[in-house]
Design a protein around this ligand. Structure first.
Ligand SMILES: Cc1ncc(COP(=O)(O)O)c(C=O)c1O
Length: 399
């Protein structure tokens, strides 16, 4: 058996390695508290599950769905964009439902990237932007996101020869992993830049519904001319706690929507219709659950920030997204600090370097951890701090 050369280049997905380390600990009978993956612990709102169960009973939903999704869902997405962002979309030409945003993100590369092409990918960044590029035979060109620039890319610093080979620019705000946000003025500058260099923009807006202190993250599609130059990926995973149902969407430029739809019609056979009806309910029903869960995440955010500060870690409270991006203590790399926390106090955080070399020096903590585990995890972090300060408490909780 001979696997493709492509497989040699494909690194394992970040969380596979972390899951392995957790499993090792658990096999030794140790309890592990994980601030790792960003998978909401809060259940999908009952109204959405009820609609799913109802739709699952209907025989017409047992058959192959259409690639382009149910017209009801495309219309619900367009209406939601109108109400939430004041953005008008043609539900037939500018909206494409996806099997989760990740699916579309990876497959879009097949529409643009030929061997030798580049995609401009944020570093640190969500790994599928680069993985999709690699699977399509191209290469990622990493654009650093630096703290001193508010973790926004400096597009003017990208060399001309790179711009000539680049076909796509990936952006994501509120940002995973840094928690940074972007305003409309930044998006407008991106549109102007993209027009100048004829590079298609893909904004990943998976976290716009998770935000704090009344902040409402904007959509890239609100920038004037955004539809001419690009698309936005969105997801029902985080706003409606539907990671397990696998549903998201791409909206914007009609030619890009058409291209991805053509690729997908050859790849998957659509999204199970019962899940599409659940998504219609999510987008069109009462939206109070979002406010309530954001209040919950905000409380968790504040508790985590206080604890990290007390450990001497540099950290800024994020305005949106599900993550805290903290500087590791002096003398550690991000992997050393992560391993030390797991080894010493059974706490999992994600090493920043897993998101790119500019993530070195940071760790990411996810707020999608049940309150009781969060409290336990925070007391273990305090334990780590005290131990490092030489107070040397016992490790009774690990046994
Ligand atoms: C930036 C970003 N985009 C997209 C996704 C995935 O969304 P979906 O569950 O819709 O595939 C994630 C998941 O963690 C993410 O962090």
């Amino acid at each position: 058996m001979r696997l493709s050369q492509r497989m040699d280049k494909l690194p394992p997905y970040l969380f596979v390695e972390i899951s392995r380390k957790i499993a090792e600990k658990k096999a030794k009978g140790e309890e592990v508290i994980s601030f790792g993956i960003g998978d909401p612990d809060i259940p999908t709102p009952p109204r959405i599950i009820n609609r799913l169960c109802q739709a699952a009973q209907e025989p017409e939903n047992h058959r192959y769905p259409e690639t382009e999704g149910l017209p009801e869902l495309r219309r619900a997405i367009a209406t939601w964009y109108q109400q939430r962002f004041n953005v008008s979309l043609d539900a037939d030409k500018e909206v494409l439902p996806l099997v989760g945003a990740k699916e579309g993100i990876v497959h879009l590369a097949l529409c643009f990237i030929d061997p030798g092409d580049l995609a401009l990918v944020p570093d640190p960044g969500y790994p599928p932007y680069s993985r999709g590029t690699m699977l399509a035979g191209g290469s990622p060109y990493y654009v650093p996101l630096r703290e001193e620039n508010g973790f926004l890319p400096d597009l003017e610093a990208i060399p001309d020869d790179i711009l000539k080979q680049a076909k796509l620019l990936w952006l994501n705000y509120p940002n995973n992993p840094t928690g940074a946000i972007a305003n409309l003025e930044f998006f407008q500058r991106v549109v102007d830049w993209a027009r100048r260099y004829e590079i298609a923009v893909c904004h990943d807006a998976a976290y716009t519904e998770v935000a704090f202190e009344g902040y409402q993250p904007p959509s890239f599609m609100q920038a004037e001319g955004a539809k001419e130059v690009g698309v936005e990926f969105h997801s029902l995973s985080k706003g409606y706690n539907m990671t397990g149902w696998r549903i998201g969407m791409m909206v914007g430029n009609a030619a890009m929507v058409d291209a991805l739809s053509r690729v997908k019609s050859n790849l998957d056979s659509g999204i199970p219709q019962a899940i599409q009806y659940a998504a219609v309910e999510a987008l069109t029903g009462p939206q109070d659950s979002i406010r309530e869960q954001n209040a919950r995440y905000q409380r968790r955010r504040d508790l985590v920030i206080d604890k990290l500060k007390s450990m001497g870690l540099g950290v800024t409270p994020p305005k949106g997204g599900l993550y805290i991006w903290a500087r590791v203590p002096q003398g550690y790399t991000s992997v050393e600090f992560t391993d030390d926390l797991l080894e010493q106090v059974g706490v999992v955080v994600t090493p920043g370097v897993g998101y790119g070399e500019n993530g070195e020096g940071y760790v990411r903590l996810s707020l999608t951890i049940p309150d009781a585990s969060l409290v336990k995890g925070l007391s273990r972090l305090a334990e780590w701090r005290d131990r490092k300060a030489g107070l040397g408490k016992t490790r009774a909780y690990l046994t």
